[in-house]
Design a protein around this ligand. Structure first.
Ligand code: FAD
Length: 263
């Protein structure tokens, strides 16, 4: 069984990439993010199908541990015959939300995302462990630049919500890229936040939305020498954006990558 619970290592040497979670039980990393790797049964409170490919899950956890934006949960599905599959999903909710929100993009032949989109209903239980991750996290204390592609915007949305709730929206600038509005999770929320939004397969793009891929010229105005850049998306997206940031003179020590999916 192919599992994608661990991010792949970056090709750009010197740029930090999220590692696979290794700790057992709760632990606090140097970032101050608390990690909890014990499994628990979450109550599925809401299932919101935002589009034909994106579903938002809102969960109530009996033993919830406070998270920081950028952390994720692992979801485990187990069949009657004992076969199980687990996948990682970033947290979309701000820490002060009473529920934990995940957002899943349904892949055409996706084992876990297909089930979560097609089958999961409010009232179901879902086995999860988390929050996990101690590197790709932002506590709103320092300036940040969040750049997400496709479902890679999910942790960036958690950062935006946290920035709003803590009164620090000036500390977080965002650029987001997707194919169409339906395929970019939280499209309207990102626009309302003031993010630079690019839609690569939406030629008649709305005014204020780029109808092409994000380019260096779009990132340059968002750059702040002191900000840490959080880049999240497919391997290709993360590589392309990190190269653009390096080209613009962004120090690689301040670029953090999280990659979803196959290399
Ligand atoms: C730290 C972390 C956080 C993540 N957060 C999110 C999130 O917030 N939302 C979200 O939707 N996903 C997220 N992912 C990806 C998620 O863990 C799964 O990989 C994804 O849902 C596919 O699982 P699946 O079982 O449906 O597909 P699988 O059955 O594993 O794969 C089906 C097919 O799709 C390909 N594939 C696998 N993953 C991807 C992908 N991400 N993109 C394109 N093709 C893929 C496989 O190579 C295979 O051909 C995250 C991954 C990591 C490592």
């Amino acid at each position: 069984m192919a599992t994608t619970t661990a991010a792949t290592r970056g090709k750009s040497s010197g740029i930090k990439v999220t590692d696979a979670p290794a700790a057992r039980g709760g632990s606090v990393g140097t970032s101050g993010a608390v990690q909890n790797t014990r499994w628990q049964q979450a109550d599925v409170r809401e299932v919101i199908r935002l589009s034909p490919s994106i579903v938002v899950l809102r969960l109530s956890l009996p033993a919830r541990v406070d998270h920081l934006p950028g952390q994720h949960y692992v979801v485990r599905l187990t069949a009657d015959d004992g076969y199980s599959a687990s996948r990682s999903y970033s947290i979309a909710s701000a820490p002060d939300d009473e529920l934990v929100e995940l957002c899943v993009e349904r892949l055409a032949d996706g084992e876990v995302s297909g089930y979560l989109y097609d089958e999961l209903q409010p009232g179901d239980q879902l086995e999860v462990r988390g929050p996990i991750g101690g590197w790709f996290v932002w506590d709103a204390g320092k300036p940040a630049l969040g750049i997400g592609g496709g479902s890679g915007v999910v942790p960036i949305v958690a950062m935006a919500r946290h920035a709003d709730h803590t009164g620090a929206p000036d500390r977080l600038r965002i650029a987001a890229s997707g194919r169409t509005p339906h395929e970019l999770p939280y499209y309207q929320e990102l626009r309302d936040y003031g993010a630079t939004v690019a839609l690569t397969r939406h030629p008649n793009a709305t005014p204020g939305v780029l109808g092409r891929r994000l380019a260096a010229e779009d990132l340059a105005p968002l750059m702040d020498g002191a900000a840490t850049a959080y880049v999240c998306g497919s391997a290709g997206f993360a590589e392309s954006i990190s190269q653009q940031l390096l080209m613009l003179g962004y120090p690689q020590s301040r670029i953090r990558l999280e990659r979803f999916g196959p290399t």
